[in-house]
Design a protein around this ligand. Structure first.
Ligand code: DGL
Length: 277
């Protein structure tokens, strides 16, 4: 890869649409920067795939974002953060040179956990891939070894949301089912992390299924706050982020399909361009 020292956009990557719920908050918090959103919709969902496949797909997309001029890429996808981030950081970035960074969404979320629970019992609802990786458990214990973590894989939630069935009565069944299964593991859970960037689209339904004293944590604002803090602490990377307040969207799917659904996740009209892998 050619080393490029010109400032470029911040890359925001997700397997599909979910990352838009994070990007929406980043764009509000840090409107001065340029962004490229990259959704690998043609190959999503990632959450049910193997470690090798998720790593391969994520690395490929990150490399494309670097090729488009990004120096900093945010994996706005828990599954990619859980399964690919560490290997990319430890093995692949070295070959790219010192001016490239890839960050995920799990670390910023877990850093906050101590402030969000009083009982010390925290629930994680995420894709099967994220749950199997145990990334949340490992990361939470790194900061808060006394906190007990209970996980529930929710394999049906992403397909329901991707198919715009999140408001249907059929979705009620799967929301109640996974919430009940999680809460059965501990009656002391007082905070639940929605550990998938798709889930904010189903927040109201999840809220109704969860007892009122339990806090539900979405990641968008947390990740945006932590990114602002990261850029302050890393002026050498911040200076490589261009600032004209411009965003573009790429999808590996058909743009018409992407744009129609992306609006629901992003809260605004989106005009994407097809990216051929
Ligand atoms: N949005 C992804 C996440 O945060 C999951 C979607 C998928 O399974 O591809 O985990």
């Amino acid at each position: 890869m050619t080393i490029n020292s010109l400032p470029g956009p911040i890359g925001i990557f997700d397997s599909g649409y979910g990352g838009l719920t994070v990007f929406k908050e980043i764009a509000v918090k840090l409107p001065q920067y340029d962004y490229i959103y990259f959704g690998d919709n043609a190959r999503s969902p990632y959450g049910i795939r193997s470690f090798e496949t998720i790593y391969k797909y994520t690395l490929e997309c990150v490399r494309h974002l670097f090729g488009m001029g990004c120096h900093l890429v945010i994996l706005a996808c828990n599954t990619a953060s859980a399964k690919a981030l560490r290997t990319i950081q430890q093995h692949d970035l070295i070959a790219c040179g010192p001016a490239y960074r890839v960050l995920g969404v799990i670390r910023p979320t877990t850093e906050m956990v101590g402030k969000l629970t009083r009982s010390g019992h925290v629930g994680i609802m995420a894709t099967p891939g994220t749950v199997q990786s145990e990334s949340y458990v490992v990361e939470i214990h790194r900061f808060f070894p006394e906190v007990q973590v209970f996980q529930e894989a929710c394999p049906m939630w992403v397909p329901l949301i991707e198919n715009r069935e999140q408001d249907s009565p059929g979705a009620d069944y799967f929301v109640e089912k996974y919430v009940e299964e999680l809460l059965r593991q501990s009656d002391r859970i007082d905070a639940i992390i929605l550990g998938c960037t798709h889930y904010p689209l189903m927040l109201e339904k999840i809220r109704k299924a969860v007892p009122a004293h339990i806090r539900l944590i979405s990641q968008g604002t947390i990740v945006a706050e932590r990114l602002a803090d990261y850029l302050l602490r890393h002026p050498e990377i911040e200076s490589l982020c261009s600032k004209t307040g411009h965003s573009v969207f790429f999808t590996t799917e058909t743009p018409e399909v992407f744009d129609a659904k992306a609006r629901i996740f992003y809260g605004k009209e989106v005009r994407s361009t097809h990216f051929e892998l």
